[in-house]
Design a protein around this ligand. Structure first.
Ligand code: TYD
Length: 160
């Protein structure tokens, strides 16, 4: 099983889309392992978006992301990183297909509703940066047996 970080961004909080976004991830079958409202700080955002620091929009991006609190979540599931990125859609909301979160709720590249970790390395670093161990919960979801097949659960127990 993989874990991934999702940020429900300031535009989504302002536009009252928080419930809608969380509902989509829950409906898909992803497990919420951690969730909190958090004021992202510029120093943390500079690490989070380090790959964009040379871009002209970087300072504006940091300002926007630290303007009001965001909702932070750790989601768990098989191939959760890919599953969540597919649900989120491409960066530019105007290019994102209907059915994706950005495709349904965004027409912008900055105000694009959600952030989702890009790969395993980023997911690990982002989760460690923004959550303490005590904020992440291990529990077996009641509907787990109805979300994955038997062979997939075998994999969960250490099989190939
Ligand atoms: P990036 O990591 O390239 O995309 P994604 O969020 O899809 O993984 O960019 C991070 C954020 O930077 C993006 O969600 C919004 C912002 N951004 C802009 O504000 N302007 C831009 O032109 C781009 C490409 C991104």
């Amino acid at each position: 099983m993989e874990q991934t970080l999702v940020i429900i961004k300031p535009d989504a909080v302002n536009r009252a889309l928080v419930g809608e976004v969380i509902k989509r991830f829950e409906n898909k079958g992803l497990q919420i392992k951690a969730m909190k409202m958090h004021m992202l700080q510029p120093y943390a955002l500079k690490d989070h978006y380090a790959h964009l620091k040379e871009k002209g929009f970087f300072e504006e991006l940091v300002k926007y992301m630290s303007s009001i609190p965001s909702i932070l979540m750790v989601l768990k599931g098989k191939e959760a990183i890919k599953v969540v990125r597919t649900m989120v859609g491409p960066t530019q909301g105007r290019d994102a297909l209907p059915g994706t979160i950005r495709g349904d709720y965004s027409v912008s590249n900055q105000s694009n509703v959600v952030h989702a970790s890009e790969n395993k390395k980023a997911a690990k670093a982002e989760i460690e940066r923004l959550f303490s161990k005590e904020e992440i919960f291990d529990y077996r979801k009641m509907n787990f047996d109805w979300i994955y097949s038997k062979d997939e659960k075998y994999i969960e127990k250490g099989g190939k």
